[in-house]
Design a protein around this ligand. Structure first.
Ligand code: KG4
Ligand code: ZN
Length: 342
């Protein structure tokens, strides 16, 4: 058995975690910077990197303490090398290199998207969700977050095929922008989901761009713009803006597109399992949408618990396990890439 220290600093969450070779989480400390970015309605890169710098050391110490371990018990250090905000990524990789050098342990550099996918492996061991006993390769993973909306065919450890992705906004980004336009706050996803509970999802017919296109790409900028035009029109006509109905109808459009395209991809690849990952995967309406659609099929659905859907370091450590087993290490010349592809 071995233990990996994972670090995640690609956006606005500063996180450190200790995970064993059996995908067991010993600690997963996440320090959210939301309060520092909230008043700007989104993440400010310069503020994010400055806070990572201040927060990362105490977060690492806390993670080691919570796991009841010491630095000497760590067998490898893994960090996110991209995609993400370049300044934020640099803070993480610099810390990881220092630990690797000081402790004389391997450094493992990871793709953030790969981390999101591997959150499902932690789930498998730690908190199984519905019907995930059969969870194994190959599977199709919908990675849906603030920065990404991708359909990935996961054939095996390290074997990925990017089947499709958004051609404009990510789904989480659309949630955030709609919430901002409605003056609901940041991050928008959880707030829109809450508002939607009080609304009627069939009250407004927003379009579902690219839902029936032959490829596996997505487009969410059009839905967001349709919501903005709809609100503007209501205001111009001095009609009431029914926020819950707008949120519920917007969410229904997003969920319809995500569910339809993901199932299409899973059927095309003849897999048994669909996995969800990323911040938007914590949305209960999306999970329910998948469950309803999959009811009459043989496909299984797996998703991590919410805390492992949004950015965290346990998922980074989890993705590093097979790399450690394969001695797939980075050296001290490793650098970050804001647009790193899977
Ligand atoms: O994975 P994540 O923490 O960071 C990125 O890699 O982007 O995802 C953050 C995104 C934000 O856009 C946030 O609004 C969205 O995930 N999100 C949600 C929910 N919780 C977070 N979107 C919809 N419903 C939610 N419950
Ligand atoms: Zn993420």
């Amino acid at each position: 058995m071995f233990t990996i220290l994972g670090l995640e600093t690609s956006c606005d969450d500063t996180s450190a975690a200790l995970v064993t070779s059996e995908y067991s989480i010993l600690s997963n400390v996440i320090s959210s910077q939301v309060q520092f970015h909230q008043k700007y309605g989104g993440v400010v890169p310069e503020i994010a990197s400055r806070h990572h710098l201040q927060l990362l050391s105490p977060v690492i110490e806390e993670a080691i303490k919570e796991a009841r371990l010491s630095f000497d018990d760590i067998d490898a250090v893994a960090c996110t090398a991209g995609p993400g905000l370049v300044g934020s990524l640099l803070v993480g990789i610099s810390a990881a290199k220092s630990i690797s050098l000081a402790q004389n342990i391997p450094l493992i550099a990871l793709n953030h998207i790969e981390g999101h996918i591997f959150a499902n492996f932690l789930n498998k061991i730690a908190a199984p969700s519905a019907r995930n006993d059969d969870f194994d390769f190959p599977f199709v993973c919908l990675v849906v977050s603030g920065g990404h909306t991708s359909l990935v065919y996961v054939e095996d450890f390290g074997k990925y095929e990017l089947m499709g992705q958004t051609v404009d906004d990510a789904a989480g980004e659309a949630y955030d922008k709609v919430a901002k336009y409605l003056g609901l706050g940041y991050p928008g996803g959880p707030i829109v989901e809450k508002e939607a509970l009080k609304g009627d999802p069939s009250s407004i017919k927003f379009s579902r761009p690219m839902m029936d296109s032959r490829d596996y790409n997505f487009s969410f900028s059009g839905i967001k713009t349709a919501v903005v035009y709809y609100i503007d029109k209501l205001k111009k006509e001095t009609q009431p803006v029914r926020v819950p109905d707008i949120c519920a109808s917007f969410q229904q459009a997003i969920v319809d597109v995500l569910v339809t395209k993901t199932i299409k991809a899973a059927v095309a690849k003849q897999v048994k399992t669909i996995a969800l990952a990323g911040g938007v995967a914590s949305n209960a309406y999306l999970r329910q949408g998948f469950k309803l659609a999959l009811n009459k099929t043989e496909l299984n659905l797996v998703y991590p618990p919410s805390v492992l859907c949004t950015d965290n370091a346990a998922m980074i450590a989890a993705a590093a396990i097979y790399k450690y087993k394969n001695s797939d290490y980075a050296d001290l010349s490793a650098t970050v890439d804001a647009n790193l592809v899977l």
